[in-house]
Write a protein that binds this ligand. Structure first.
Ligand SMILES: C[S@@+](CC[C@H](N)C(=O)[O-])C[C@H]1O[C@@H](n2cnc3c(N)ncnc32)[C@H](O)[C@@H]1O
Length: 279
């Protein structure tokens, strides 16, 4: 028996947690270690990653703002955003994850239509999920979508003028630990998926998840795409403009470390806030 309440678990009950554990064990067989699955469930299905994300969004999106979370997983971010007073929605490709998100929404917000808040949908063709969003969030999802440039374009089209996209994704042209397999990753693996596959096998990992669910994102592929869409790009808390209208030399001097972190092609992750111009 657990002493943690369903509210504290953001609407998850013990049976959901059991089902989620077994789902994660199947999904990430040969990818995550058993310890990594437990940590993943605590951080990503629980509330800590979503709390970080909400703290990023809150200062920049006013109360009651309309938010769409693309690839919402088990729904933690949308649920916390709703508790904070936002009109938040989410969709995900995984029926299982959406069904858990809907159950959580039903328990936390009994008067809400959970089916309209969380939907099963593919981000590669998600036209028709309404528009007029003040914010669209892409938390660790761009790297799972075959054409992240098209997804960014579609998201930009759904935003209100002045609306914002918040995004986090790994840079597959970096020296880092690979975000899912937790094995060392190097920029040259970006040149050939065959080398990457062999690299994973050499680390005793099953490359199937890589082959089926990981598409290379790099910080420059994302930046170029946003630039071509004529969106204004900032670091995640909007303290520093990174791409047009201007990256002033005074900014570079003042924020040298942050500029290097974001514009360095070898930087480990892409963590950005993007604004759609008002006119
Ligand atoms: C790493 S998880 C991130 C989940 C959530 N955003 C979070 O931060 O906890 C990636 C999510 O993207 C979803 N996903 C992958 N491909 C997708 C697609 N084409 N359309 C919608 N969701 C997708 C997966 O089902 C998964 O829930």
């Amino acid at each position: 028996m657990t002493s943690i309440s369903v509210g504290e678990r953001l609407g998850l009950d013990v049976e959901d947690e059991r089902e989620i554990r077994s789902h994660l064990e199947d999904l990430y067989a040969g990818v995550f270690t058993p310890e990594a699955i437990v940590a993943h469930q605590d951080e990503w299905v629980g509330r800590s990653a979503a709390e970080w994300a909400l703290n990023v969004v809150k200062p920049l999106i006013s109360d009651g703002g309309r938010i769409l979370d693309v690839g919402c997983g088990y729904g933690s971010f949308v649920l916390l955003a709703r508790q904070a007073g936002y009109d938040a929605y989410g969709f995900d490709l995984s029926k299982f994850e959406v069904s858990i998100a809907q159950k959580r929404a039903g328990r936390l917000f009994p008067t809400l239509d959970a089916q309209s808040v969380f939907r099963t949908m593919d981000a590669t063709r998600f036209h028709g999920h309404g528009n007029g969003y003040d914010a669209i969030t892409l938390w660790n999802v761009l790297e799972h979508v075959p054409n992240h440039r098209r997804l960014l374009r579609d998201c930009a089209a759904l935003l209100n003028p002045g609306g914002r996209i918040f995004l986090v994704c790994p840079n597959y042209f970096a020296f880092r630990m690979e975000a899912h397999y937790h094995v060392p990753w190097s920029p040259w693996l970006w040149f050939s998926r065959k080398w990457a596959r062999e690299h994973l096998i050499a680390h005793s990992k099953d490359p199937r998840f890589f082959e089926e669910s990981i598409y290379y994102t790099t910080n420059w592929s994302v930046l170029f795409c946003l630039w071509r869409l004529k969106l204004h790009v900032f670091n995640i808390d909007r303290t520093l403009p990174l791409l047009p209208p201007v990256l002033k030399t005074s900014h570079v001097r003042e924020h040298f470390r942050i500029v290097c972190q974001h514009l360095n092609p070898l930087s480990p992750s892409t963590v950005l806030m993007v604004e759609k111009p008002k006119e």
